[in-house]
Design a protein around this ligand. Structure first.
Ligand code: ADP
Ligand code: MG
Length: 231
């Protein structure tokens, strides 16, 4: 395996039991992502995108198949180890931001650093730098309900980056934003990717996916690169 491969999936299957039936949601996903890529996973609602994101993000484990992230075998790890890997390797960005409402922008961005046992003074410096990086240096002491949706998503992006993760993983990052604000978030993703951040973005929206440098399509639990018909 080339050293630039940071994520490698082979034959990933995810099954759920619903009543007496087994439902196969992912049907053998193969995916390789190299450092520095900006990849979109594009598929319609119900195609398995969030299920795949949860596995990529070590929030869930596959029923079968091999998953390696940063050279580590993920498939058979304990919940405790997965939590550790998540915190170190992955910066999550969600459609609905998931900011803590009773904490300021600065406190929200610091959160992963607290879990990572970064010294307090450094927490503050790094969090402030990240807020400046996303253009919110003057909003450090604002609470989420004092900010627009686009600003809240930028706080979430700063939080995702402040631990310097291997991978930024975004699930429908513009889904709750109007078009113009969504485009601004995509511009920020472009800049971060130009600075070397690896980004995987999951979306149902072809116009959003087209901001990425590579698109893979997911349909009914199968993945393909460009070959599938338009969803
Ligand atoms: P998407 O994010 O592309 O809309 P999901 O990954 O959320 O798709 O869901 C894909 C399919 O898997 C859906 O048919 C959904 O009903 C099913 N599914 C997701 N999670 C579960 C679960 N915990 N138990 C049973 N079925 C699930
Ligand atoms: Mg989803």
């Amino acid at each position: 395996m080339s050293t630039d491969v940071i994520l490698s999936m082979r034959g990933i299957v995810k099954e759920y039991q619903v009543g007496n039936e087994i439902s196969t949601v992912l049907k053998g996903i193969d995916l390789t992502v190299e450092r520095g890529e900006f990849l979109a996973v594009l598929g319609p609602s119900g195609s398995g995108k969030s299920t795949l994101m949860n596995i990529i993000g070590c929030l869930d484990v596959p029923t079968a198949g091999e998953y390696q992230l940063s050279g580590m075998q993920i498939s058979n790890q304990s919940e405790e180890t997965l939590a550790h890997i998540r915190n170190k390797e992955i910066g999550f960005i969600f459609q609905s931001f998931f900011l803590m409402q009773r904490q300021t922008a600065l406190e929200n961005v610091k959160m992963p650093l607290i879990y990572a046992d970064v010294p307090e003074k450094e927490q503050d410096e790094r969090a402030r730098r990240m807020l400046e990086r996303v253009g919110l240096g003057d909003k450090a002491l604002y609470y989420p309900n004092q900010m627009s949706g686009g600003q809240q998503q930028r706080v979430a992006i700063a939080r995702a980056m402040c631990n310097n993760p291997t991978l930024l993983l975004a699930d429908e990052p513009t889904g709750a934003l109007d078009q113009k604000t969504g485009r601004q978030v995509m511009e920020l993703f472009h800049e971060l990717n130009d600075e070397g951040r690896t980004i995987i973005m999951i979306t149902h929206d072809i116009h959003i996916a087209e901001h990425a440098r590579r698109i893979v399509r997911i349909l009914d639990g199968n993945i393909g690169e460009g070959a599938l018909e338009d969803a």
